[in-house]
Ligand binder design. Structure first.
Ligand SMILES: [Zn+2]
Ligand SMILES: [Zn+2]
Length: 608
């Protein structure tokens, strides 16, 4: 959403960059010099339920701002051919804000030293003096052990943007708190009516149901979504297919029985793929797009891979030396397949931050899997398989905990109440998200974050961390997406706010001469250009696939009719033709307003 563009090295380069920037803005950034970003659609947003989304903003706002590529030897002639992207140290480096909860705790003798007060936490700070945030008049005191950061809701929206009933964009969303589904009010009411006729009709019960009926659906397998289970129900050709694939192990006593379980797993996986958010888990995560994925995830896994391994007989038991325990080959194979299924959820929950939509989508699928598992599989696997699976689940849990364990470092001394505390300030919400007792401990926090792999936006070293913190007072030189401001200066109004026009200016560059279609994402505030209808359509399809309950069979001509020539939007994203150089600004501006309303306006929450 509002990522900061940060110049890596200060000095000449930065000046050049700034000039270029101004020049671009002045010329309205219509051609040359600015390299159009690669179509971002597919990768960033709706990709496979795996966006790490360590950013504070919407998880799906994964896109990056365009990189400016400059060459000092060349003149800054705007009519130049677009220059090729060069990976240079001095490029603008886009950085996402990290989640407030990721800031390390400063510990002293087992206590979190965070010197912030409830007022700090609830205050909005501007140079004119801070004032309480709207609706935040109840400033409850921080209790012992109450983590300051945890009190800040994750600004990332934990719900997808399309209605879970009709699949269309929702203007006034009703969001379920437990799952990532959002609804049109009307759609929700309709589906509730259907639900309340089934059993309890009391006002109380139906009120409760207003929560989200689909959450209940996650926990069970209804007859119409059930699989063909049992030896007599599974079609013979399916049985034969699997048995053929695993015929090598045909001598094993448990062959018939366990190959049947493999058949059922195949069916369950296909049902899960069709169930809500299942499409996010069908294919492997594109690690070219999500480049840090493998830093966190050691064993990528997805439904499609498991299905293929099952069908092709690619699961095999460990070699006889490695083998321990009393499982026979087919039991080992079943265990492997079951582990792989759990791995899919584990990866999703591990990579994506808790409370975010992808994490919650993973939870939905995991719950549904559990429903199938308890109904069809749990009672039939051997105790050894069950034990192996439990062991695996435990190890996953431990691994996840290790990821989510708050980072801590030990301060050498306790907080002496001096005013040299340093506030980590969100330039967008104008709120403090974290405080450290001194610049020295802030430095420790910064380095810890850096060493944990978070992007600060700078080439950070032990030696320059302090000066980076000093410059991070400036909204244009944020660290990890935040301003770092001494608390007395913050309270005294002695700091700069992020400028709005800078933000807008930064969004616009990217249009080369060839661009015929603009994609305007009002949620991420990004504009992207496409050189053909087909290219835009491909991008649109990716956006659609990432959304839910939607039929992506629509074809190019529908896309053109409804989006390019019509007013339809998806997730606050609109696609427009570039009319001409002169008229371009108008529709875009108009668009912006509209999208703003769609994406963010009035969103209600339900208690579940
Ligand atoms: Zn709807
Ligand atoms: Zn729900």
């Amino acid at each position: 959403m509002k990522e900061e563009c940060i110049v890596q090295n200060v000095g000449v380069e930065e000046v050049v960059m700034k000039n270029l920037y101004e020049l671009c803005s002045a010329k309205n950034l219509t051609k040359g010099s600015l390299v159009p970003t690669k179509p971002r659609g597919s990768g960033n947003t709706k990709k496979k339920g795996t966006k790490r989304g360590r950013s504070v903003d919407n998880e799906e706002a994964g896109g990056y701002k365009p990189r400016l590529s400059i060459s000092r030897s060349k003149s800054l002639d705007m009519d130049d051919q677009p220059q090729t992207k060069k990976k240079k140290v001095n490029e603008l480096k886009p950085v996402k804000k990290i989640l407030p909860s990721e800031f390390p705790q400063e510990m002293f003798e087992g206590k979190d030293l965070d010197p912030s007060t409830p007022e700090d936490m609830n205050g909005i700070y501007t140079p004119d003096g801070h004032f309480p945030a709207e609706g935040d008049d109840e400033t409850s005191p921080l209790v012992e052990g109450d983590q300051y950061q945890k009190r800040i809701p994750i600004p990332a929206d934990g719900n997808f943007y399309l209605c879970a009933v009709c699949g269309l964009e929702v203007e006034e969303r009703v969001c379920c708190k437990k799952c990532p589904r959002s609804y049109h009010k009307k759609c929700l009411e309709k589906s509730q009516l259907a639900a309340s006729t089934s059993n309890d009709t009391s006002a109380e019960a139906s009120e409760k149901k207003m929560a989200c009926k689909r959450c209940e659906d996650d926990l069970q397998v209804y007859p119409d979504e059930d699989i063909n289970a049992g030896v007599n129900n599974i079609p013979n050709d399916e049985k034969e297919k699997v048995q053929k694939a695993y015929k090598e192990w045909g001598e094993e006593g448990s062959f018939t029985f366990n190959s049947l379980i493999l058949c059922e797993l195949l069916q369950i996986l296909s049902k899960l793929s069709e169930y809500d958010y299942g499409e996010l888990f069908i294919a492997p995560v594109d690690t070219n797009m999500i480049t840090d994925y493998l830093k966190t995830i050691r064993t990528p896994m997805d439904y499609g891979t498991i299905i293929s391994k099952l069908e092709k007989g690619e699961y095999s038991p460990p070699s006889s030396e490695e083998k321990d325990g009393e499982m026979d080959a087919m039991e080992e194979i079943v265990l492997y397949a079951l582990k792989d299924i759990l791995q899919v959820y584990h990866n999703c929950l591990m990579y994506n931050p808790k409370g975010g939509m992808y994490h919650r989508a993973g939870e939905v699928q995991a719950r549904k899997w559990n429903a199938y598992y308890s109904k069809h599989i749990a009672d039939r696997i051997s105790p050894s398989i069950a034990a192996g699976l439990t062991k695996f689940e435990k190890s996953c849990e431990i691994e996840r905990q290790s990821v989510f364990k708050p980072r801590q470092f030990n301060a050498k001394t306790g907080f002496n109440g001096s005013s040299r505390a340093l506030a980590v300030f969100d330039p967008d919400t104008k709120k403090i998200v974290k405080m450290y007792t001194s610049k020295a401990t802030a430095r420790a926090a910064v380095l810890l974050l850096h060493n944990s792999g978070y992007e600060s936006g700078w080439d950070l070293k032990n030696s320059n961390a302090k000066s980076r913190i000093d410059s991070a007072k400036d909204p244009e030189k944020t660290l990890f997406g935040y301003q770092w401001i001494p608390i007395d200066e913050l309270k005294g109004g002695d700091f700069k706010l992020k400028k709005k026009d800078e933000e807008e200016a930064a969004v616009k560059p990217m249009l080369s001469k060839d661009v015929v279609i603009l994609k305007d994402d009002t949620l991420t505030k990004k504009v992207q250009g496409f050189v053909s209808e087909e290219e835009a359509f491909a991008d649109w399809s990716m956006e659609m696939k990432g959304s839910l309950n939607i039929n992506v069979d629509d074809n190019l001509s529908d896309f053109i009719k409804q989006y390019l020539d019509g007013d339809k939007t998806i997730n606050g994203i609109s696609y427009r033709r570039v009319e001409s150089e002169k008229t371009k600004d108008e529709p875009m501006a108009e668009n912006n307003d509209k999208g703003e309303e769609m994406g963010h306006k009035s969103k209600e929450s339900l208690d579940v």
